[in-house]
Design a protein around this ligand. Structure first.
Ligand code: SF4
Length: 404
């Protein structure tokens, strides 16, 4: 029994076959961590970025369109970054005692982490960012903006996501994610399931020519690509939030304190506000659920104080997700992480707000970050579900789950 639902694996492959047989328009999205690991399933050495071949394989499997979850990772930065700025402005205006009581804002893109807060730390529900995960944002965008652009009825679209994650299979069924009476993501295939399909259909993956994602929701900045690793959401958010608050770029694009595979990382960022004094943003990053739980107990006890905390339930973040290829290589997480950093460096734009397709979607559809329409389609709510689990008797989880 997994308390966060992250080890539940139910195959959704039959849903895809049924949708193809029904003649639906098939739209796939692929997460940042999948392109650096799918090759391991299909004869490509670990640590290579296989984005173009992955898109080509999905087209060969019958997808009409393949769009990029990294695009909605950029959208997440716009929405979550705006929310962070607004929370921080209130916090910086408060007294130190009031600011302490406010606590940090937590990221919300990992469904296992969200389940964990809802069941074990419901007193922190208001601290979770209301931004939906990039996968769920993409579902909303595909069945509204993209459907309209392509002149397809939303009900004729079958939209599935290829994820490194088994918990994502449960996230698509959250009732808070139903939009306009519709489920926005119809199925989730893990990286391993995609590998299985590619092999079953005898697709020669290494020999495939590179294919491109479909526009106008297929372009991503390097920031969006970082979501596949621990520290990536933080680094991506800092690139945009710092620039908005300070009116100038963060000195370095590769923010070293957020990098690497440590289970807990922390740092302070000094932000010279463009219209005021210099303020400090205290950041925390946890990967692996036991590290996150220990960090939570420290926060509650006042032993750690942060303003913005990124949590990913899997060791190393999504690159070590439950749906990723199994490997006996002791350096596998390092290799996948290095591939993600390379993918960031190769991007034409490195910051979410500089992605031209992000600028276009706000201009044509959402208006501005955190607008009414953005709240309706890109944000969510949470519920106290503490009654579903027996609470542990101690204030540490080390005896339950070994820290990484
Ligand atoms: Fe899923 Fe793990 Fe990534 Fe969380 S960290 S979204 S559980 S793969």
């Amino acid at each position: 029994f997994c308390p966060t639902g992250s080890i539940q694996e139910v195959s959704h492959i039959e849903r895809l076959y049924a949708a193809i047989a029904e003649g639906k328009t098939i739209v796939a999205q692929t997460a940042p961590a999948v392109r650096v690991s799918i090759g391991e399933e299909c004869g490509v050495p670990a640590g290579e970025v296989s984005t173009g071949k992955m898109v080509a394989a999905l087209k060969a499997l019958g997808c009409n369109y393949v769009v990029d979850t990294d695009f909605t990772a950029d959208l997440t930065i716009m929405e979550e970054g705006t929310e962070l700025i607004s929370r921080m402005q209130k916090k910086w205006a408060a007294t130190p005692e009031q600011a302490d009581k406010m606590g940090p804002m937590f990221t919300s893109c990992c469904p296992s982490w969200v389940n964990n807060v809802e069941t074990r730390f419901p007193d922190y529900l208001d601290n979770l960012s209301t931004a939906r995960s990039p996968m769920m944002m993409m579902g909303s965008v595909v069945k509204t903006y993209f459907a309209r652009k392509m002149d397809i009825k939303p009900e004729d679209i079958f939209h599935f996501a290829v994820m490194p994650c088994t918990a994502k299979k449960g996230e698509i069924d959250r009732m808070q994610m139903v939009t306009g009476g519709m489920k926005v993501v119809d199925a989730v295939l893990t990286t391993r399931e995609l590998g299985k399909l590619i092999r079953k259909h005898h697709i020669d993956f290494p020999a495939l020519p590179n294919a491109e994602f479909d526009s106008p929701i297929g372009n991503s900045s390097g920031a969006g690509r970082l979501f596949g690793t621990t520290g990536g959401v933080m680094e991506a958010a800092l690139r945009t939030a710092y620039e908005i608050l300070a009116g100038k770029p963060l000195g370095t694009l590769s923010y070293t304190p957020a990098r690497g595979l440590s289970g807990i990382k922390e740092a302070s960022v000094e932000i010279p506000l463009k219209d005021g004094p210099t303020k400090t943003l205290r950041i925390g990053i946890a990967s692996g659920i036991s590290n996150a739980n220990n960090m939570m107990h420290d926060i509650r006890a006042g032993r750690r104080r942060y303003d913005f905390v990124e949590v990913m339930a899997c060791p190393g973040g999504c690159l070590g997700g439950g749906g990723q290829p199994k490997s006996l290589d002791p350096r596998i997480l390092e290799k996948r992480q290095s591939a993600i950093y390379t993918d960031d460096e190769r991007a034409t734009q490195r910051k979410a707000h500089e992605n031209p397709e992000i600028q276009q979607i706000y201009k044509e559809f959402f208006g501005e970050p955190n607008s009414h329409k953005a709240h309706e389609l890109l944000h969510t709510a949470y519920a106290d579900r503490a009654h579903l689990v027996k609470q542990p008797p101690t204030d540490t989880f080390n005896d339950v789950n070994t820290a990484v």
